[in-house]
Structure formats: C-alpha cells, structure tokens
Design a protein. Structure first.
Length: 167
C-alpha cells in the first residue's frame, strides 16, 4: 500500500483539478474542514495525559447535518492527536447518544456528558454561527464558536478562567 504521506500529497495535488469541476458543492467545504483556516497561537494548553473529548454543541442546528457535525468533531480529534496536543481522546460522535437521553427542559451539564463518556477533559464548543455560503452560490465558509475547557473530575472551568467575562 501507498504510504499515508504520499496519499496526502496526491490528494492535495488533485485539489485544484477537483475544485475546477462544475457543481462541486461538497468537496470545497470538506477540504476547508480538513485543512482548516490559518493557525493561531493556542490560548490554553491541555494536559496531554488526560482523556479528552470535543463536545460540539449545536442545539440551534446551525450546522446543516449531523454528518457534517461528525466530520468537524472527527477532524478536530485527528488534528489534536496528530499535533500531540493530547494522547487519548473519546470519539465526539459518541456524544450524540448521551445527549439524546436528556430532557429538553433539563439538559445535562458539560462535565456530566464528559463523565458519561469516560473523559477527564471536555473541550466544549457552542456554535454561534456556521455558514458555507453567504449567497448560496459562492463558497465562503464562516463559523463562530464559544469554547470552554472543563475538568470533569473537579467540575471546574479551566478556560477561559472563571473570572473572565463570557463572550
């Protein structure tokens, strides 16, 4: 079989060709989510040794499909593992089964969700904005999320610090 890094190089070489194809309304977003935007300096450092889960909370259904939410979660997990940010992660797609059990009037707490999955840290992302196109024609993805890092065992917010104002 072909080495993984050569497959990535081949895939990147084919991107311009595939993007030139008319009607390719899925490939553009998929590449954007896989590659991501420009990188910025981390505002918080996770403890590598603690099992972590990414909880993408989209109660307002701003992300158009569950498959896309799963892709975003999986991409975040892979990126964090490959970058060595953490060494052990719970699959974020498992969260859907946990939150499906909660009652609408009384949702589970972030730490409770992490505990139910066996995670020690939850990277909680509340989706404020998500769009692939502003006009329905042009590929111009944008997203805005609020992020919190929660210690499951102590129930403490590690980031942003509790005394910081919530956005």
């Amino acid at each position: 079989p072909m080495p993984r890094h050569l497959l990535r190089i081949l895939a990147l070489a084919l991107v311009p060709v595939l993007l030139a194809q008319a009607g390719c309304n899925i490939l553009g977003p998929a590449i954007y989510f896989a590659a991501g935007p420009d990188k910025i300096k981390a505002a918080h450092t996770l403890d590598k040794s603690r099992t972590t889960v990414v909880f993408l909370d989209d109660r307002s259904n701003r992300i158009p499909s569950r498959a896309l939410r799963d892709l975003i979660g999986t991409t975040a997990e892979q990126s964090m593992l490959e970058a060595g940010v953490v060494t052990d992660m719970v699959q974020s797609r498992r969260i859907q089964a946990i939150v499906a059990r909660e009652r609408f009037a009384k949702p589970m707490g972030i730490a409770e969700v992490g505990e139910a999955l066996g995670a020690k840290i939850v990277v909680y992302c509340w989706v404020d904005l998500f769009t692939i196109s502003n006009d329905g024609q042009t590929f111009s993805p944008a997203a805005s999320v609020r992020v919190k890092v929660i210690d499951v065992e102590t129930r403490e917010r590690l980031f942003p610090l509790p005394d910081a104002a919530d956005p």
